[in-house]
Each structure stands twice: as C-alpha cells, then as structure tokens.
Design a protein. Structure first.
Length: 308
C-alpha cells in the first residue's frame, strides 16, 4: 500500500533468501551434485520465466485487470485438461464436478472483487478494429500463459516420477538459476531500497532492534514466503499436479477472503455464493464423506452395548 511498485524488490529478496539458504544447507556450498540433471531445472525455470513475462505483458494488450485475474483463476481446468491429454489420466465424475465448482466459485469471487479495480482504474484503449486485434492478442497471451503454467506442473510431476522426490533441491535451483535475470531490474530494485530506507523507524519487539518499517515488512514477507513455497514444493513430491494446483488455488482464495475481511472491502451475496461453491467443490474433491462414513459407523458401533 505504501509503495505499490515495490514488487521487484520483494520478489528479488524472496529469491535471494531461498537461494542462499539452499546453497548452504542443500547444495553444501556447491559441493553436492543435483539428483535431477541441471538441464531439467533450466527448462523448468524457462517455463516459469515465460509465464511471468507473458502474464505481465498481457496487461499492455488492452487486457483489463479483472479479466487478467479471472484467467489466472482458471488454472485448475487447464491442469486437469493437460493431465488428460499428456499423462492420459482419467478422473471420476465427482472429480470433474468438484473442479468445476471450485473454478466457478473462484471465478465469481474474483470477478466481483475485480469490478472495483476496474472502476478505479481508467484504461486508455484505442478505438476501432486495431483495439480489438490487440485485445485478441492479449487473450491469446493469457491462454498461452495459463496452459504453460499447467504444463510446468506436469513437467515437475514427471521429473519426480523419473528421478525421485527432491523438493529441497528443486526449491533451491528454481530460485537460484533465475537470479541473474534480476540484473535487468537493478535500477528499480535500488530505487525502492532507497525509498525503504526513508520509511519511518520501527522497533522490533523482543529484540529491541530499530530499523525502517518497510525493511521489517520485507523481512516478514520473505520468511512467510519461504515457509509457504517450501510447503508447496514438498506437496509437489507427494501429490499430483492437479492436487497441488487445487491447494494453491484454495490458498489464493483464502487470501482473497482475508483481504476482503481485513481491509473491509465489500463482501456481497455473490461472494457468499462463490465461497459456497469453493467449499462444496473442495469437499467433493477430497471425498471427505467417504472417509467419514466408516469412521461414523465405527463410532456408532463402539457406542452400542456388547452382546454377552
């Protein structure tokens, strides 16, 4: 909120922290050879970089922010579709229904929240066929990024099946290899470092250390992001790419709901409807009642008097 353009320094700090931690504790200062060939990590990083660049550039192609957010919420459908096409997977009817419900719920909440963004921002669009052609190109870019992101998840799942589960190693290389790319953003990162230094002073509780408050916020962000992304990488070694996508999508949904409540943004009936769709869809995907049925039966059985 204080510095809306500080995304680059936040991302760089996150990547640098995870790369340094991995270089020390996972790569053993470069002495440990990777279990998965390094070229595969280069492919994964190239996919991730491409998705990020295309998603950001799409905003320059007459794509409004609400449409951009809605496309990003379609990752579940894309992951399931590519899983069927590439991995030849087949799912039960309940799985298809659950993914559709979760996607519909997130679509509804995202769209209603994004309407405010659209009303607050003025988009200078050209008139005539040229504007429509740029818009079509933007749609194509978003579709490509969505499918590429899903393909990256499947590629990661295939690597783990072939070479074994190495979540800490993957976490390190996926954050260390892109670091040179931040040199292109160095002026922007330096500019925001100077702005952070000029923010109000803050005394850290318990330790008594005094530092500019924006650096404290950044430190807290880096630590929590590390916990989050490490959990996601561990999840990729234990679950299919579709399940990982579902969990990450639900995390985004919870963040959206928290943002609405904490920052007192409007929470309409449409938001409640979307929340209900997500909740029911998640329960269907996890097949919770299939586990609860035998459990309840055992509980009822243990409550009956034993026959002599």
């Amino acid at each position: 909120r204080q510095f809306p353009g500080c995304g680059n320094i936040v991302t760089f700090s996150q990547f640098l922290f995870i790369a340094v931690e991995g270089f020390i504790f996972e790569a053993n200062f470069g002495r440990k050879r990777p279990a998965i060939p390094i070229r595969n990590y280069f492919i994964m990083v190239a996919m991730f970089f491409t998705v990020s660049v295309v998603n950001n550039y799409a905003l320059n192609l007459n794509i409004a922010m609400p449409l951009h957010m809605i496309f990003r919420s379609g990752s579940l459908i894309a992951s399931m579709a590519l899983g069927i096409i590439i991995l030849k997977k087949r799912y039960s009817v309940s799985k298809y229904t659950s993914i559709a419900l979760v996607s519909l719920g997130i679509f509804t909440c995202t769209f209603m929240s994004a309407k405010q963004v659209a009303s607050d921002s003025s988009l200078n669009q050209e008139d005539g066929p040229q504007a429509f052609l740029w818009w079509l190109l933007g749609i194509a870019a978003l579709t490509f990024a969505l499918l590429m992101s899903a393909r990256m998840g499947i590629f990661q799942e295939t690597l783990y099946q072939k070479f074994g589960k190495h979540s800490k190693e993957a976490l390190f290389y996926n954050h260390a290899l892109p670091l040179p790319g931040f040199l292109l953003l160095a002026p922007n990162i330096y500019q925001h470092a100077v702005l952070f230094n000029q923010s109000e002073l803050f005394q850290v509780p318990l330790i008594g250390l005094t530092l500019p408050i924006m650096w404290f916020y950044l430190l807290m962000n880096v630590v929590t992001q590390y916990v989050c992304i490490r959990g996601v990488f561990i999840l990729t070694t234990e679950c299919t790419s579709l399940t990982v996508t579902l969990v990450v999508t639900l995390r985004k949904f919870v963040s959206l709901i928290f943002s609405i409540l904490y920052f007192q943004n409007p929470f309409t009936g449409w938001h409640w409807l979307g929340t209900a769709f997500v909740f029911v869809g998640t329960l269907m995907y996890t097949e919770l009642w299939n586990s609860l049925g035998p459990l309840l039966a055992r509980c009822r059985g243990s409550g009956r008097p034993k026959q002599e």
